[in-house]
Design a protein around this ligand. Structure first.
Ligand SMILES: [Zn+2]
Ligand SMILES: [Zn+2]
Length: 409
């Protein structure tokens, strides 16, 4: 969960990155001087990957926007997707894990192999610590491009998806940590040292393609990005919220949603040992049209995820009959929502299912009586911007949380 940073190493790295002493200089340094070299290198790498990613995604988003144009005329500017319709199936993964490239064990290939062959995951991301993907001269090391090459080799559409990202961390013990964020779908490294999460927010805004996550929120005191300080431009790419952590992530989730973030649930494992996907049965799942990188990117963009403590269970929330969870709707005076939970493994039953709204307010609940599937529905008044989240609890205590549906009048 938290890493073992060698403070000495980090100080050396911070000094190298900054060219001089204190924290604020380090930030200035990241904007100019030595880091420019990285930016130039990055720009070259970008060109290829951006072309790929953008091409895939544009096609998908255009389709979405076209079908929603009418209903969403009043929606905020930005990538808010309107009613996302389609036929999607759940795929299960783990999107936060370390290897010996930072403070874990083994190689990215080891991690992907175990996740695929032992844990039976559909998708796996290796996300080593950002600052440890730089060498001692403050230049990007070979690790990240090597990881991406391995991931590309090991990805087989319809069978297994391998990805590489990295984990941003603020503070490093030099100042208080305000949070960690896994960054996916970014083929260059953000600046090595960004003590303040506002600098990280800026990197997110400047990234043409990334998807990022609030990772293990509340894990350490104050690890809440200053009470989930909202930034509309960052919100477009901060799509995911990790439920792993020592804190009360269920309450923290509503704190993030109530601050305005459009984030959907994950439960990543943050492996620091050779137990990628096998550490426990928790999973981050996405509803996807196919098991491909493009479909995963699409599902992340549209926040079509759920978290589950049970590796076979699934939860789904739909609005207005056909709009998938993750949809951002407008133009409704009231909205019908329906949620359903299932478990592929016979014998795992459900105890309760609930719908929640802003302020962690319970809207409706049902007793599932131990059934292997459970459903709940309600019609909510839309007096102002609001959202609904579904939660299911199994008889063994395992919990699943759906992505929200957001709706405005
Ligand atoms: Zn972390
Ligand atoms: Zn981590």
């Amino acid at each position: 969960m938290t890493r073992d940073h060698g403070i000495v190493l980090l100080l050396v790295m911070a000094l190298l990155a900054a060219g001089c002493g204190n924290g604020s200089s380090a930030k200035d340094g990241a904007d100019s001087g030595s880091t420019d070299t990285d930016a130039d290198t990055d720009a070259d790498t970008d060109t290829d990957a951006d072309t790929d990613t953008d091409t895939d995604t544009d096609t998908d988003s255009d389709t979405d926007s076209d079908s929603d144009a009418g209903a969403d005329a009043g929606a905020d500017a930005g990538p808010w997707n309107g009613c996302v319709e389609g036929s999607f199936s759940p795929y299960f993964g783990n999107f936060h894990a370390h290897t010996a490239d930072s403070d874990g064990e083994g190689s990215p290939a080891d991690a992907f192999t175990m996740a695929r062959d032992v844990a039976g995951l559909d998708m796996m991301a290796v996300t080593d610590h950002l600052e440890q993907l730089y060498n001692l001269l403050g230049m990007p090391a070979a690790d990240y491009p090597e990881c991406m090459a391995t991931a590309e080799e090991m990805t087989a559409d319809g069978e297994f998806l391998a990805l590489c990202g990295y984990e941003y961390g603020s503070g490093f013990g030099l100042v208080g940590s305000t949070g960690h964020n896994v960054v996916l779908f970014n083929d260059y490294l953000f600046p090595m040292v960004q003590l303040d999460f506002h600098d990280f927010y800026q990197s997110v805004i400047e990234s043409p393609s990334c998807v990022t996550e609030f990772s293990h929120p509340g894990d350490e005191a104050g690890m809440t990005w200053s009470n989930f300080e909202y930034d509309a431009a960052v919100d477009e790419k901060m799509n995911l919220f990790d439920f792993k952590g020592n804190g009360d992530t269920w309450s923290l989730y509503f704190q993030a949603l109530d601050a305005g973030w459009h984030v959907s649930p994950m439960h990543d494992q943050d492996n620091h040992s050779a137990n990628w996907g096998t550490a426990d049965d928790t999973r981050s799942a996405f509803y996807m049209g196919a098991l491909t990188i493009a479909a995963l990117y699409d599902a992340m963009q549209d926040r079509r995820s759920f978290m589950t403590h049970d590796k076979d269970a699934a939860i789904r929330l739909m609005a207005d009959a056909t709009c998938w969870m993750g949809s951002v709707l407008s133009g409704f005076a009231s909205l019908a929502v329906d949620a359903e939970a299932t478990d592929a493994e016979a014998g795992d039953g459900y105890a309760t299912m609930e719908l929640y709204g802003p302020g962690q307010t319970l809207i409706a609940s049902v007793d599932c009586g131990g059934g292997e599937s459970c459903a709940i529905g309600d019609t909510i008044d839309v007096a102002g911007p609001t959202y609904v989240v579904a939660r299911a609890t199994q008889t063994d205590g395992d919990v699943l949380v759906s992505a929200p549906v957001w709706v405005a009048p």
